[in-house]
Design a protein around this ligand. Structure first.
Ligand code: NDP
Length: 337
């Protein structure tokens, strides 16, 4: 059973291993396997689930909603997101305008089969909509009861500060930030994490396993294992590419003895590593097979001694990305249509 952590400065507790269904549900794996993964997550005690309207162009929300059908709603924490284009991609099918937020939440609730989401996240910062308009729309959704808490994803420290201040004026709180974070990608440590601590915001971190690379299954100079994300032509192979360089894969193999010393698999070590950061409320873990979920959840509660944390840094050396300027690197500078 995973431990629980408070999400930011709120009374909401979430399972520190949260199951996410990007890339997999609705695209990489068939619906029955997707359902088995959600069942495996529930069996392992995971109660927090993350999705987005844009995943598989809305299909991932539908798959998650179907898989959770019949579960006691009060025992689940369901997170989704808005920003990226969905549907036919019309001029208002995107971004953080009041119109798109209000329409998108209704679609998400229908697909997820619920009257409210526990956490609604701005998937990226919208450089074109006034932030006041966006935060007012979120405030209204909170008042309507369609959304219990509000968060963001891949926002910079300054954007978090501005959003947090407006939310406060409007009578609600911004409590979470969803950035990429792993042993290999630490760009949030210098700016986003200190700002978040100051504001009472937690991180829910994505790709803690660097999309599977930190499991150690990709060997330098060798073909990727069949069925893995690196072989997924529906998008997975493209997204994981950044971490598939031989120097990265070689450094990752050197983590094996450290995982063995802790009696962990490398996948478990990578998830436990992000949870050593107290500003992280949850590791957002994906899976294409139910066995992976069962394995990954055991990372909860693991304490990595300081000397092994230092050893990890030594072993990974120059392949770790720390540049804070790379925060929200992929966030569009103009709204995507
Ligand atoms: P991970 O880094 O946890 O990668 C998960 C993938 O690694 C699995 O799909 C699986 O791929 C492989 N894997 C998982 N467990 C194991 C294991 N024990 N041994 C070997 N391989 C394993 O996270 P994701 O990249 O999937 O991201 C997690 C979630 O984060 C998403 O579902 C989404 O909710 C969120 N996210 C948010 C983003 C944002 O912009 N806010 C962006 C990206 C993700 P396979 O078996 O196919 O190799």
């Amino acid at each position: 059973m995973p431990n629980y952590r408070y999400l930011g400065n709120s009374g909401l507790k979430i399972s520190e291993i949260t199951y996410g269904n990007w890339i997999t549900h609705g695209s990489q794996v068939e619906n029955d396997v997707a359902t088995q993964c959600v069942r495996a997550a529930l069996d392992a005690g995971i109660t927090s689930f993350d999705t987005a309207d844009v995943y598989a162009n809305t299909k991932a929300e539908q798959v998650l909603g179907d898989a959770l059908k019949g579960e006691r709603r009060e025992s689940l924490e369901i997170f989704t997101k808005v920003y990226w284009p969905t549907g036919p991609g019309g001029p208002n099918d995107t971004g953080l305008s009041r119109k798109h937020i209000m329409e998108s939440i209704n679609g998400s609730l229908t697909r997820l089969g619920t009257d409210y989401v526990d956490l609604y996240q701005a998937h990226r910062y919208d450089t074109e909509t006034p932030l006041e308009e966006t935060m007012q729309a979120f405030a209204d959704l909170v008042r309507q009861g369609k959304v219990l808490y509000v968060g963001v994803s891949e926002w910079t420290a300054d954007q978090l500060r501005a959003g947090h201040a407006l939310a406060k004026d409007l009578g609600f709180q911004l409590i979470s930030s969803q950035p990429q974070y792993s042993m290999l990608w630490r760009v949030i440590e210098d700016e986003v994490v200190p700002a978040s601590k100051e504001l009472g915001i937690s991180q829910i971190v994505w790709s803690p396993m660097a999309q599977g690379v930190l499991s150690g299954k990709y060997l330098p100079g060798q073909p990727a294992p069949a069925g893995s994300r690196a072989t997924d032509e529906n998008g997975g192979a493209r997204f994981i590419q950044r971490f598939m360089a031989d120097d990265v894969l070689t450094a990752v193999q050197a983590l094996k003895p450290i995982a063995a010393e802790l009696d962990l698999s490398m996948a478990q070590l990578s998830i436990a590593w992000v949870l050593q950061n107290e500003n992280v409320a949850a590791a957002l873990v994906g899976a294409s097979r139910p066995e992976q979920v069962a394995e990954n959840v055991k990372a909860s509660g693991v304490v990595i001694p300081a000397e092994l944390m230092a050893k990890i840094d030594e072993v990974l050396g120059g392949v770790v990305e720390r540049d804070p300027a790379k925060t929200a690197e992929g966030a569009p500078k103009a709204r995507v249509a």
